[in-house]
Design a protein around this ligand. Structure first.
Ligand code: 26M
Length: 822
């Protein structure tokens, strides 16, 4: 018999081509002659999607039949990045598909470029959630990601006259081939209104919530395929709509406009991602978004249990819910409400289940990022949850009193309600009380949580605390983004390192191999050349691919200290101006990242960097030895281009401020050396790669606190370090701002008079360390040796390792193998 491959599932070049042409015809409704690039991208996306569906359906069927224990990862953000390339990698058909597309006379890379990435996150926290989904699927862990299908994701960044300008991200404009709406699993979420008490038929005191508004949540499912396994888990994102039943009344009473308005208010809930990173503003719509996706998700879990005929009493056996920061922590109160009010469970039993179901990850030590909701606002939107929180709090404070008698200050600090002034609900306290596990995201971060931010909770529940150092997926951030380096690695140690990143250790031996070093260098060089061409095309700036590529790519925030990097650039520039013949190592300074639209100092820092670039890039004295380039609209897609091109990774946050960082890991894995402080995961990266392969500078977290306690005065450093003074005076003189001495004043004022993030204290140490970097870069062979050792020793930072640790220590969950049915 002749076996003919199916157009929907076949993996041969011919089947792939037929599948593509079929989808171009039936999905896009076009013939090749008039098909746009986007039509072709869509047809290709559907062709790949077709090949995922068998695995997706079989995975769902297996989990349903087995009633498998499942991790629910609740996150307000999932920063997934483009799906197409990643799915090709995980399916193991990248090369075949590339060939098929090329045989059709199309440019494969151009089609990959077409994808509008779902930018449904701000930065580290959202991207971590995406890496974890990849690892959970790759490790065959039954899991569901739950979040919000924002219509507008993180804004698109344009640079105009050196300033950031925000443009709405209309990522759904051309449709999304990767998700499937499941209106049949829609749920309703109540908002506002008031509560009433009543006595039920069994003489039990009950509460009923009469909402002001009901919003419908519609789930959209995206398959999350693991790497070279059959597991395809689900990312389920909720979109808000008005329920038909609700606008009926207004329609019938003839007030059509009012009815449509009510519809609009409902749809607002999933309209836009809040573009703040590491700061909470206490906006009502944000709280509404949180309860919306949390309630939808919990109701969905209950529906799944019913479908599998598992009694609700076993909720915590069926599901473990990981709270990605406090953003979904209202879930603690919402699960209590569902169990007690809607399913009539006794409080004690409901609390037992709830506190066995939740685990909480903290991602920040910054006080301004800790979520707290004004009590009034909270009660208006969630009157029933407010009562439940009071009840939880009363019982909790009784426990505190028993453990720590007569410690009134402690009670005030630990209360779920801040009553020191205007009253607030403290979401971190709710998350700590309602969870059985609490983790930080790097060793140092977890220690600081225990010592400081969550110290009282650590004393109350030491057994809940644990560390889970972050990780990144090597599939997206190596296999997909750096094929040339992967090919070299594979030629020496095979390709099983992709599933077990520790195997990269075998590369250590090749650090001493001249020929390997040469190839390693050639690859880095070629990638830098590509980026240089991109920069030439986009920014019109010539950059020298032989220069040291010094890159800082991350959100703009004062604690991340992009302006310290800027002070270094100015210092080098000043040295050249003082002595144009000075011998310096040529460098290209690249910056990428967005500032929160309302964060003035961060936006001014972007303007400063662009202004420095304007002067430095064209000053003939510089002779092209320094270039400063701002890379517009940094995104996951763009990040994949940037990491492989770096020689030097800037990880220069004030010690004690960056919880972990994950960009630091992506750079090092791609063979960049790090200049960094002892902050977040830098500490562990340095431990792994060896101190001789890491450029360390700056105060330690302890020294930062000690200095603050002594009464830190930035002027002390300004007055004593002539080079520092000169650098700052260059800015304040208006030299970089066409003579305008006022432009950067707000930035300089914070530096000279408060310097919350201690740039001036770390300046000299940073400059000296950068000099070591410049010297080291001149020793080409040794630099390459160090870079190879960085790659070889990054095994710990695979998100597979992080996820295995979560599974063992927190989730108590095992892999489930998926066999494909006939
Ligand atoms: C909160 C309230 C209202 C609107 C937005 C927010 C909000 C959004 C994102 C707050 C924080 C957000 O992200 C914080 C974040 O990305 N933290 C980073 O998490 C990474 C993953 O653990 C760490 O590596 C970074 O160090 C940490 O800064």
């Amino acid at each position: 018999i002749i076996q003919v491959e199916d157009d929907r599932t076949g993996l041969s070049i011919e089947a792939l081509k037929r599948g593509f042409l079929d989808n171009l015809f039936y999905v896009q409704g076009k013939f090749s002659g008039i098909a746009t690039k986007n039509d072709c991208y869509m047809a290709l996306a559907y062709t790949v999607r077709d090949r995922l569906f068998k695995r997706w359906v079989d995975t769902a069927e297996t989990y349903t039949k087995n009633g498998s224990r499942t991790v629910c990862y609740l996150s307000a953000e999932f920063l997934m990045g483009p799906h197409l390339g990643n799915n090709l990698i995980n399916l193991g058909i990248y090369d075949q598909v590339k060939q098929a597309i090329e045989e059709l006379g199309l440019d494969f890379y151009e089609l990959l470029e077409q994808e509008e990435e779902p930018g449904l996150g701000n930065g580290g926290l959202g991207r971590l959630a995406a890496c974890y989904l990849d690892s959970m699927a790759s490790l065959e862990i039954p899991s569901l990601g739950y979040g919000i299908r924002y219509e507008f994701g993180i804004f698109e960044q344009k640079i105009q006259d050196g300033w950031q300008v925000e443009i709405t991200d209309k990522w759904l404009r051309f449709g999304n081939p990767w998700d499937v709406a499941r209106p049949e699993w829609s749920v309703e979420v109540k908002l506002g209104g008031h509560t009433e008490s009543y006595v039920d038929e069994n003489d039990r005191y009950r509460v009923r919530w009469i909402p002001f508004q009901v919003v419908k949540g519609i789930p959209y499912d995206t398959p999350i395929l693991g790497y070279k396994v059959n597991t395809a888990n689900t990312l389920r994102l909720w979109a808000a709509e008005a329920p038909e039943s609700f606008d009926f009344e207004a329609f019938n009473s003839g007030d059509y406009v009012k009815a449509v308005q009510a519809k609009m208010t409902s749809e607002n809930l999933s309209k836009v991602l809040y573009p703040n990173d590491n700061v909470s503003q206490g906006k009502k719509l944000r709280l509404a978004q949180q309860i919306f996706f949390v309630s939808c998700s919990l109701q969905d879990m209950i529906r799944i249990m019913k479908g599998q005929k598992i009694p609700l009493e076993k909720f915590h056996e069926k599901f473990v819910i990981q709270l990605n920061d406090t953003h979904p922590s209202i879930a603690v109160a919402e699960l209590m409400r569902l169990l007690v009010d809607e399913y009539g469970m006794e409080w004690e039993q409901a609390w037992e289940i709830t506190t066995k179901a939740f685990a909480y990850t903290n991602h920040t030590l910054l006080p301004e990022a800790l979520e707290k909701w004004p009590l009034g606002l909270f009660g208006e939107l969630l009157p029933r949850h407010l009562q439940i929180i009071y009840e939880i709090n009363g019982r909790f404070l009784d426990d505190v009193r028993i453990k720590f008698p007569d410690d009134f200050d402690r009670l005030k600090r630990m209360s779920l309600i801040d009553e020191s002034g205007e009253r607030y609900i403290r979401m971190a306290n709710l998350a700590c009380v309602g969870s059985f596990a609490i983790n930080g995201v790097a060793q140092l971060h977890t220690e600081l949580l225990q010592k400081d931010v969550l110290h009282d909770f650590y004393e109350m529940y030491p057994e809940k605390f644990n560390n889970k150092t972050n990780g990144i997926t090597p599939r997206r951030f190596m296999v997909l983004s750096n094929p040339r380096l992967c090919e070299l690695i594979d030629s020496k140690i095979g390709n099983t390192w992709i599933k077990n990143l520790h195997e990269l250790r075998q590369l250590e031996a090749f650090a001493e191999d001249v020929e390997f070093r040469h190839k390693f260098r050639q690859i880095k060089q070629a990638i830098k050349q590509d980026l240089a061409e991109y920069i030439k095309a986009k920014n019109g700036i010539d950059v020298d691919a032989n220069s040291l590529f010094d890159i800082q790519a991350k959100r703009f925030h004062e604690y991340k200290r992009q302006h310290l990097n800027a002070l270094h650039i100015i210092t080098l520039y000043n040295r050249i101006k003082a002595n144009p013949n000075i011998d310096i190592t040529p460098r290209t300074f690249l910056f990428g990242g967005k500032a929160a639209p309302g964060y003035y100092i961060a936006k001014l820092t972007i303007k400063l960097i662009n202004s420095i670039g304007e002067v430095v890039n064209r000053d003939p004295d510089v002779r092209g030895r320094l270039k400063v380039v701002f890379l517009e609209d940094y995104s996951v897609k763009f990040a994949q281009r940037v990491y492989p091109a770096a020689d030097l990774s800037e990880q220069i946050s004030t010690a004690g401020k960056e919880a972990s960082g994950t960009g630091n890991m992506k750079f090092a894995l791609n063979g960049a050396l790090t200049i960094g402080t002892l902050d977040g995961a830098n500490v562990e990266i340095r431990e792994e790669v060896g101190e001789e392969n890491f450029f360390l500078f700056g105060l330690t977290a302890e020294e930062v606190y000690a200095k603050k306690a002594q009464g830190y005065d930035p002027m002390y450093y300004y007055n004593r370090d002539p080079e520092l003074k000169l650098a700052i005076d260059r800015i304040s003189s208006g030299f970089f701002s066409h003579g305008d001495a006022n432009l950067f004043k707000p930035l300089l004022d914070t530096l000279l008079h408060r310097d919350e993030y201690m740039l001036l204290a770390d300046y000299r140490s940073y400059i000296e360390c950068q000099e070591q970097v410049s010297q080291a870069y001149r020793d080409v062979e040794n630099w390459t040796r160090m870079a190879i050792l960085n790659v070889a020793r990054m095994g710990k930072f695979s998100s597979d390792r992080s996820i295995s640790d979560y599974c063992e220590d927190i989730w108590q969950i095992q892999p489930v193998k998926i066999e494909l049915s006939e």
